[in-house]
Design a protein around this ligand. Structure first.
Ligand code: IVH
Length: 687
C-alpha cells in the first residue's frame, strides 16, 4: 500500500489502487468467511477498508460496482437504497416528571407481578442525534441504515464507514449476526465550526447539532460526510443470532469491548438512584460537549425486557424522561388558517423568528378555535412559546402587559380560506371543517401530499411544491393520476427547472412504488383516524385489498355482521369504524380506489396470519401463576390473537387458570377448546 494521502494521488493512480483494493479485500473476505483462514490481522484488514473508503471519498466518480463499499444495497443513482429493518426501530414513551417515572416503574412491576424485589435500571443520557442501525456478520460491518419510519430506513453504509466511532470489524468474539443500534451525533463545538464554515462558503447553516448530524449523514456524496465530524454512542441491539448478554449493563460492557464508544455517563442504579440521576444530568447538561434532551431508562435484566415486550410502538421496558421544555417570547405577526387533507381548519401562528433551545422557530400551532379563545391570543401580541424535544412548538399564551391597544380578538373564519365553502363544527367537535370535500383544492393537495409522503407511497422527487404545481397545471388531481405521470414524461421534462434527467428520476421512483404493501396503501388513502397503526391492524386482519374492499362495502350496511366485526377489530370503538364506513359509502372514493387498484400491485399482508394464534379469539379465566393477566394478554396479541372477556361460540380457546369458574363451564357446554396454564405456555412458545 502506498503511504501517500488520497489527495496526492492522480486519478489514474487512484483507479489502479481501488482496483487492487477491491480484489485484495474480496480475497480476505473469502479467506475469513468461507475458508476460516485469515492471512492478515483485523487491524490490517480495517486499514485496507479504510484506505478504500478514503480514496473513494476523494474520487467518488471512481467507485467501482465491485467495491467492498458497495456490497450491500448500494445507493441508486438518486437518493439512497432502502433497508427494511429486520426488527422495527421503535421509539420511546416519554416521562416528564418524577411521578411519570415512578409510574413507569410501577407499571413494569405490575405487569411482571414483581412486588418488593429490587429491579436494576440502567440510566443513560438521551443524546439528541439520530438513531442508526449497524448490522455485523461474523464480526464485520455489512450494512448500516437510518431509522427512517422505523420499519424501513435508508442505506447509508458508505457514509457510516467514514465515521471513526463505527468499527468496520468487531474486536473479540461476537454473535454470528448482530444489529447494533446507537446514536450518531455532532458535538456542540463541531456544530458551531461547521456552521461557520458553511456560512463562510455561502452555504446554508444548520439549525442545531441534531439537524447537522442528520444532514451530514444523509449526504449522497460520502466525501461530504467524511469531512464532517460525526460521533456515535452505541446503546441497544436489534436482531441478533444469540442474546449478547444476560443484562443490558453487561451488553454495554460488551459493546465497549467490541470497539464501540459507549456513553461514560451511563449508570446502573435502583429506582431511587435512577430518579436522582435525572437531577444530576439536568445540572450537568449545559457543560456537556453534546446536546442531551433527557435521560433514557432501561430495565437491566434482558429476560425481564423480553417478558415486558412492547405496546404499540414503544417498549414497556424503557422510557425517556425528558428535560423540561424550553421557552422564549416573540411577536405574533399573524394567524393563518391551514386546511388539512380531511378539511380541518387549523390556526397557525406566524411568528417573528426566535431561537428556542437552539432551534429557530417561525411557526407554531394554535391547535383550534377554542384554544385561541381560551388563551385569548391576538395578532400583534407578544407570546410565550415552548418547545419540548421533537414536538412542534406551542404557543403558551400572550404576555398581557405587552399587548398593543389596537389588538383585536381573533375572529375564526366560518368559511374555508381555500375554496370558500362553508366551514362547520359538528356537535361535540373542537375542529371546524370545510364542507368542500372533493372541490376544495386544499384538501386535494393535502391528500396528494399525504399520499406521496414517506410513510405512505414514499415517492421521491415529488414534494409538496411539485404536487402543488402539477395540480395547478392539471397534471394530477386524483392520487391515481400520479401513476399516469409517466405518460407525461416528455411534457414534465420540458417544464421549467426540470429536464430529462429529473423527469426520468421521478418516473423511476413512481415505477418503483407500483408494488406496495397493504398497510402503506391503506394509510396512503388518508382516511380520517386511519393512521399507520390502524392501517396495519386492518391490513393484518383483512389480508388483501380485494377482501378489505369487499368487507368494508358490506360494512356500510348498518347492523351488518361485517360492521360489527369492524367494531371489534378496531377495538377503540365506533368513531374509527364510522370514518371507514363513511369513506366506503362515497362512490367517488370507491372509484378512486378501483382506479388505483388497476395500476398497482398491492401486496398481500401475511404478517400475523402465519402465527400460531393469528385471527384466533382467546379468553383467559382464573388465576395464572407464572405471569400476570396483562402479560398473558399482550403475549397472545403479539401472536396475532384477539383477547376477549366472555366465552361464546366464536371463542377459539379458553385458557383455564386456577379457580376457573363459570367461563370454564360455559366453554365445556359450547365445546370450545380449553387448555391449562402449562398448555398455554406451550402454545405461546414460552419454555
Ligand atoms: S434506546 C426501543 N437509548 O431516543 C428504543 N435511545 O425516543 C430504543 N436515544 O430513537 C432506543 N439516546 O434516537 C435509546 N441511550 C439511548 C438513547 C436513545 C438517544 C434516541 C434514539 C431513539 C429515541 C427514542
Amino acid at each position: 500500500m502506498t503511504d501517500r494521502t488520497p489527495a496526492e494521488l492522480t486519478e489514474e493512480e487512484a483507479a489502479t489502487e481501488l482496483e487492487r483494493l477491491a480484489s485484495e479485500i474480496a480475497r480476505h473476505d473469502r479467506l475469513y468467511n468461507t475458508e476460516d483462514a485469515p492471512e492478515i490481522t483485523d487491524a490490517d484488514y480495517d486499514a485496507l477498508r479504510r484506505r478504500n473508503t478514503e480514496i473513494e471519498v476523494a474520487f467518488p466518480s471512481l467507485i467501482r460496482p465491485d467495491s467492498p463499499s458497495q456490497k450491500v444495497g448500494g445507493a441508486p443513482a438518486s437518493g439512497f437504497g432502502k433497508i427494511t429493518h429486520r426488527l422495527p426501530m421503535l421509539s420511546l414513551d416519554n416521562a416528564f416528571s418524577a411521578t411519570d417515572f415512578d409510574e413507569f416503574c410501577a407499571r413494569a412491576r405490575r405487569f411482571l407481578g414483581l412486588k418488593d424485589v429490587p429491579m436494576a435500571i440502567v440510566a443513560e443520557p438521551k443524546i439528541d442525534g439520530l438513531s442508526i442501525s449497524l448490522t455485523y456478520e461474523k464480526g464485520r460491518l455489512v450494512y448500516g441504515a437510518t431509522r427512517g419510519d422505523g420499519a424501513e430506513g435508508e442505506d447509508v453504509t458508505t457514509n457510516l464507514r467514514t465515521i471513526k466511532d463505527v468499527p468496520t470489524r468487531l474486536k473479540g468474539a461476537a454473535p454470528d449476526r448482530i444489529e447494533i443500534r446507537g446514536e450518531v451525533f455532532m458535538t456542540k463545538a463541531d456544530f458551531l465550526a461547521l456552521n461557520e464554515a458553511q456560512s463562510g462558503a455561502g452555504l446554508r447553516s444548520y439549525a442545531n447539532p441534531r439537524n447537522s448530524a442528520a444532514g451530514s449523514l444523509r449526504q449522497l456524496d460520502p466525501k461530504i460526510t467524511a469531512a464532517r465530524a460525526l460521533s456515535m454512542f452505541a446503546y441497544a441491539f436489534g436482531e441478533a443470532s444469540e442474546t449478547p448478554a444476560p443484562t443490558h449493563w453487561e451488553y454495554l460492557e460488551k459493546l465497549a469491548k467490541w470497539g464501540f464508544k459507549v456513553s461514560p455517563l451511563n449508570e446502573r442504579l435502583d429506582q431511587d438512584g435512577a430518579a436522582g440521576f435525572h437531577t444530576a444530568m439536568a445540572e450537568r447538561r449545559a457543560s456537556l460537549p453534546y446536546d442531551i434532551d433527557g435521560v433514557v431508562y432501561k430495565i437491566d435484566d434482558l429476560a425481564l425486557q423480553r417478558r415486558l415486550g412492547f405496546v404499540g410502538r414503544t417498549p414497556r421496558w424503557a422510557t425517556a424522561w425528558k428535560f423540561p421544555a424550553e421557552r422564549a417570547t416573540t411577536l405574533l405577526e399573524d394567524i393563518k388558517i391551514q386546511v388539512g387533507r380531511t378539511g380541518s381548519l387549523t390556526p397557525v401562528a406566524w411568528l417573528q423568528g426566535v431561537n428556542v433551545g437552539g432551534v429557530l422557530v417561525t411557526r407554531a400551532t394554535l391547535h383550534n378555535e377554542d384554544e385561541i379563545t381560551r388563551k385569548d391570543v391576538r395578532v400583534g401580541d407578544t407570546v410565550e412559546l415552548q418547545r419540548a424535544g421533537d414536538v412542534i412548538p406551542q404557543v403558551i399564551g400572550p404576555v398581557l402587559d405587552k399587548r398593543p391597544k389596537s389588538a383585536e380578538p381573533f375572529a375564526f373564519p366560518d368559511h374555508c380560506p381555500a375554496c370558500g365553502s362553508l366551514a362547520v363544527r359538528a356537535e361535540g367537535e373542537v375542529v371546524r371543517r370545510c364542507t368542500g370535500g372533493l372541490i376544495c383544492p386544499a384538501q386535494t393537495i393535502e391528500r396528494l401530499v399525504h399520499f406521496v409522503s414517506r410513510p405512505a407511497f414514499d415517492i421521491e422527487h415529488l414534494g409538496e411544491q411539485t404536487v402543488r404545481a402539477f395540480h395547478t397545471d392539471g397534471l394530477v388531481d386524483s392520487p391515481a393520476d400520479i401513476f399516469r405521470l409517466p405518460e407525461h414524461e416528455q411534457e414534465i421534462a420540458e417544464r421549467e427547472g426540470w429536464g430529462a434527467t429529473s423527469a426520468a428520476n421521478l418516473m423511476r421512483s413512481i415505477e418503483s412504488r407500483r408494488a406496495i404493501s397493504l398497510p402503506r396503501f391503506i394509510y396512503a388513502l388518508g382516511i380520517r383516524r386511519i393512521g399507520d397503526a390502524n392501517a396495519k391492524l386492518l391490513a393484518r386482519h383483512y389480508g388483501t385489498l380485494a377482501h378489505w374492499r369487499e368487507q368494508m362495502v358490506a360494512a356500510t350496511i348498518i347492523g351488518s355482521e361485517e360492521r360489527q366485526a369492524l367494531g371489534s377489530i378496531m377495538r377503540v370503538g365506533g368513531a374509527i369504524a364510522d370514518e371507514l364506513v363513511g369513506f366506503f359509502a362515497e362512490p367517488r372514493n370507491l372509484a378512486v380506489l378501483d382506479d388505483l387498484a388497476g395500476q398497482l400491485n398491492v401486496q398481500e399482508e401475511k404478517a400475523t396470519t402465519d402465527g400460531p394464534l393469528s385471527g384466533k379469539s382467546i379468553v383467559f379465566t382464573g388465576t395464572l401463576t407464572t405471569m400476570t393477566r396483562p402479560e398473558a394478554k399482550a403475549r397472545a396479541e403479539s401472536l396475532g390473537a384477539r383477547v376477549t372477556d366472555s366465552v361464546s361460540k366464536k371463542t377459539d380457546l379458553v385458557v383455564l387458570g386456577t379457580d376457573a369458574g363459570s367461563k370454564a363451564k360455559k366453554a365445556a357446554e359450547l365445546g370450545v377448546t380449553t387448555v391449562d396454564e402449562a398448555g398455554w405456555r406451550d402454545i405461546a412458545g414460552l419454555e
